[in-house]
Design a protein around this ligand. Structure first.
Ligand code: AKB
Length: 315
């Protein structure tokens, strides 16, 4: 049986995705890999390979030796970290993609999933209900790398028939693994602080609304897209994907319903400028039409589950 590899399995999406893929296809068929160890659950449930995605030879050998035919490439530097280290971010985000696209082109790998982001949009993009096709002038190095990546994906599909599939993820919210280095990370941190200290100092202003999604929805969308019949996939750059949109203030109000003495304060830092260039809400009609995307978790449901699960984890 051919195998699946998740590259970046220690990260926020990678850890949840690895577990769900193992659930569906069997522990023995899903390899997790990263430069650092993943969560205990990921480490103990199946094969783990220490892998630097920029180590071309090791990537090639690992894929060949294990008969891997599907790659989920999740290793990347997110928006906040990338602004602090632009060249390193560019190198990691771009080189890893081109390396993997070449493996698909050369038929070593059959299918590649690569994540894009709402960061591909910029200050000149329509902010509300942002369409699939619109003005794209990202002003962050992360956004520039994601937009360039999208163009490479489409290029490899058109020129070499490389089966690459992609989603423009909004901010993702998970109780399993914390985010790291992103602008939307506040929407995870807030839950830990609310439970531990009943207060949170937010690095975005109160009314900065951004598109967000609960992780189980993101994982479902990812696997649905990868499993979709290729003839239904009309977009080979990356699909807009939408679920919930909210501001820090709206999230705090929702948390207060469960923790009445929770208090939020605001101290915007450099990530505020990044957030201001991103959309507030996304139009995902193409994903709905082409491969039947529909989100499940709304804001109150997501808050309830996050508080319950993080509460369990912290006790
Ligand atoms: C980030 O904040 O950088 C990411 C993203 C929206 O791609 N969560």
């Amino acid at each position: 049986m051919n195998k699946i590899i998740v590259i970046g399995a220690s990260g926020q999406i990678g850890s949840d995705l690895t577990l769900e893929l193992r659930n569906r296809y069997g522990n023995e068929n899903v390899i997790a890999s990263d430069i650092k160890n993943a969560s205990d659950e990921v480490m103990s449930s199946g094969q783990f390979e220490v892998l630097d995605v920029l180590d071309e030879k090791k990537v090639f050998d690992t894929i060949k030796k294990n008969n891997v035919d599907t790659v989920y490439l999740l290793a990347a530097m997110l928006s906040g970290s990338a602004e602090k280290n632009p060249k390193k971010a560019w190198e990691l985000n771009m080189k890893s993609l081109i390396l993997m696209l070449d493996l698909v082109k050369d038929s070593l790998v059959k299918k590649l999933f690569w994540p894009s982001s709402i960061a591909v949009f910029g200050p000149t993009t329509p902010k509300i209900n942002t369409p699939q096709l619109t003005i794209m002038e990202p002003s962050t190095v992360y956004g520039i790398s994601k937009l360039a990546g999208e163009r490479w994906c489409e290029y490899y599909f058109k020129k070499y028939n490389a089966d690459v599939r992609s989603i423009r993820y909004p901010g993702l919210i998970s109780y399993k693994t914390e985010a790291g280095g992103g602008t939307t990370d506040y929407a995870v941190e807030i839950f830990y602080e609310a439970i531990k200290h009943k207060k949170y100092e937010c690095f975005l202003t109160e009314n900065t609304a951004l598109p967000m999604m609960f992780m189980p929805d993101a994982i479902k969308a990812t696997i649905d897209l990868v499993e979709a019949d290729p003839k239904n996939i009309k977009i080979r750059s990356s699909y807009n994907l939408s679920a919930i949109s909210f501001s820090p203030k709206q999230l705090a109000i929702g948390i207060t319903k469960h923790i009445p003495n929770f208090n939020i304060s605001y101290k915007p830092d450099f990530r505020q400028q990044i957030a201001e260039t991103w959309p507030e809400s996304i139009n995902d009609e193409c994903a709905q039409k082409d491969w039947g995307w529909k989100y499940t978790y709304d804001l109150p449901k997501m808050i309830e589950i996050m508080l319950r699960e993080i509460g369990k984890k912290l006790s």
